[in-house]
Design a protein around this ligand. Sequence first.
Ligand code: URP
Ligand code: ZN
Ligand code: ZN
Length: 459
Amino acid sequence: MKTLIKNGRIVTAVDDYHADIFIDGDTVTTIGKSLDMEADRVIDATGKVVIPGGIDPHTHMDLPFGGTSSSDDFWTGTRAAAYGGTTTIIDFAVQTKGESMIAGVDTWHQKAEGKTAIDYGFHLITTDFEDKHREEMHTLMDEGITSFKLFMAYPGVFLADDATIYRAMTAAGDRGGLVCMHAENGIVIDEIVKRALAEGRTAPKYHALTRPTVAEAEGVHRAIAIAEMAESPVYIVHLSSGDALNQVREARDRGIPAFAETCPQYLFLSIDDYGETFEGAKYVMTPALREKENQTELWKGLKMDDLQVVSTDHCPFCMKEQKELGKDDFSLIPNGAPGVENRMSLIYNGGVHENRISLNRFVELTSTAAAKMFGMFPKKGTIAVGSDADIVIFDTGKSQTISADTHHMNVDYSAYEGFEVQGVVETVLSRGKVVIDQGEYTGEQGDGQFIKRGECVKI
Ligand code: URP
Ligand code: ZN
Ligand code: ZN
């Protein structure tokens, strides 16, 4: 299949120009002015912005968590991602405690294989890491799983102690791997939660009130300090507060390879969204939503490169029967919220349309930086000769209203219900195949391929 995209405004992390793109099979083979080449399909992108497909490096499809499983599987979740202009996800496989790392990855391969609408890779949530795991980690890295998430939160489930984190960081860093940290002091948080429950404070809003930003800042500080001692880079996931950002900024100013992502929920939602009723369960996620002033700090961090990536931490649970598990006790509400479909439009709207970041920076934050950070660049994350033809034709002149009535994620609410956003994903190509055509899904289950990633942190 040969495809020609005509007359678009091509925007990458560094370029902005008008040209045509010729795609042969799944690869971009020619970019030039007024290309006159025989194609099976010609797409007119006049007046549209043509950008690299989005990369969301933080999703949880089909994740058993909080007594249930996230409500999107690899089919529904990746199809929703495609609707929203994302053409690659990196999902988190899980090594359950006592299990081998390889067994955890095998389970996730079984969940995803033949199901996905777009390309995908895996990080591995690492719960045990002794010296004997070094070899396994390096085997996984040879197989394209080059990043690992460790938790300072969720004692008894995911939490890894500092020695484990140090061991994993040294082993990953030795081979160009990257440790992603869930950086919150979960041990102290659990004590605060116990006190709240004992005092009868059970509503969803107490999820936020029992997870202060200082618990996150302490976790980020400690994660970076351990990485420094391990002489390894570190990537902080779902950073949510100005206090935590200050820790990253201070380290980066000293030249430490500390990196971080934030997510749309921390840029657009706030602690006020919990309200007083059980509706607040929609926003029970970890870290929790913060006071509004943190949003300004996070946007500043994105602009100044103290934050490098916007991911979603897409981890949906329906209100009915799932969030309801915590009706009488906020600590039993499954943690997580949907968003994989909304990221590109939200960040375009809040970032570019509202003049906080440039269009190039938008591309960098939603695609290029993740490709570089997680070993996929320049196959992914840019539009260039030789790159995968993962391309989004984006209409910045149109707007849309986000709603659970129209979204494609398998979840019964939207965290952004009623948000009006400028910028609509019109057409999406995933490795040269049109999977979204004028807003309609035209792909098939199983279109996506597993991405064997290379060394991380080429940034
Ligand atoms: O609430 C969240 N973030 N759920 C997903 C698990 C995690 O910590 O990323
Ligand atoms: Zn996390
Ligand atoms: Zn997550």
